[in-house]
Design a protein around this ligand. Structure first.
Ligand SMILES: [Zn+2]
Length: 81
């Protein structure tokens, strides 16, 4: 079985480059300033923190299907958590 890939929550700091943070809205790693630029995701009804909580809640369920192929360290750094 191949090693599990690292799973990133919204706002998780990228493990091998702390200058980057994962944005679930863009589905990519972006500079931290991305989250403070209100012109990038201006119409979002869900705050960054709520988005993080949603990921956390799904991931914390033992039956979460993502856990089959992904791992996320308990000590993962997140800029809003
Ligand atoms: Zn984004």
């Amino acid at each position: 079985m191949p090693p599990k890939r690292r799973y990133y929550f919204h706002d998780d700091v990228v493990e091998d480059d702390a200058r980057l943070v994962y944005c679930a809205r863009c589905d990519e790693a972006v500079p931290v300033a991305h989250f403070y630029d209100m012109t990038i995701h201006p119409a979002s009804r869900v705050s960054d923190y709520d988005r993080y909580l949603r990921s956390r809640k799904a991931w914390d369920q033992k039956s979460c299907p993502l856990r089959l192929h992904f791992s996320r360290p308990e000590t993962a750094r997140n800029i809003f958590a």
